[in-house]
Design a protein around this ligand. Structure first.
Ligand code: PNS
Length: 160
């Protein structure tokens, strides 16, 4: 059974992430979407909140499972018996960082392969950071994130 891992911070999940997850779910038998726990940036959502939002957004795909991990990605992949890491590439600007990570992960183990998918052009500009900024500044994030995320974002940035 071909299993693939989609790692990320998902703070929060966007429609761009879902585009990649859904397309990967149509290719691989099983997709494990995992939230990184050792995250250096100051997150807006807790790990549990991010996992719950992912669970709801991915409920439409029966072969997608949500998890979390700490430490090295390739170590986690081998513990989960996953040989493929799927990453989305939005623009050339993503390439350098993703290229570095893929090369270093390959240096760490040759047993895990990184596969890149081009994000749909309608999501090429989208990131969790920009979505949080729009929400903080009172703009609408409709169409950029699932409705549950939209609601929770509104509560987070405008409490009470
Ligand atoms: O959504 P993000 O923030 O771009 O995800 C980055 C992530 C989680 C894929 C990356 O930070 C990662 O793989 N972290 C695990 C730690 C690790 O293995 N580091 C070495 C990579 S060469």
């Amino acid at each position: 059974m071909a299993r693939a891992l989609i790692p990320g911070s998902f703070d929060p999940v966007t429609n761009g992430h879902l585009d990649i997850i859904g397309r990967a779910a149509g290719i691989y038998d099983k997709i494990l979407v995992s939230v990184v726990r050792n995250y250096s940036k100051a997150p807006l959502f807790t790990i549990e909140e991010r996992m719950e939002l992912l669970r709801k957004a991915c409920a439409q795909w029966k072969n997608v499972e949500i998890g979390s991990f700490e430490g090295l990605l390739v170590q986690y992949a081998s513990e989960q018996n996953v040989k493929v890491i799927v990453k989305g590439l939005r623009a050339v600007s993503d390439f350098e960082y993703e290229f570095q990570m893929a090369q270093l992960n390959r240096h760490l183990t040759s047993k895990v392969e990184t596969v890149f998918m081009m994000t749909g052009t309608e999501y090429a500009y989208l990131s969790s950071s920009i979505v949080k900024e729009i929400a903080r500044l009172g703009g609408s994030v409709k169409g950029l994130v699932p409705e549950d995320v939209e609601t929770q974002l509104r509560q987070k940035v405008q409490p009470g």
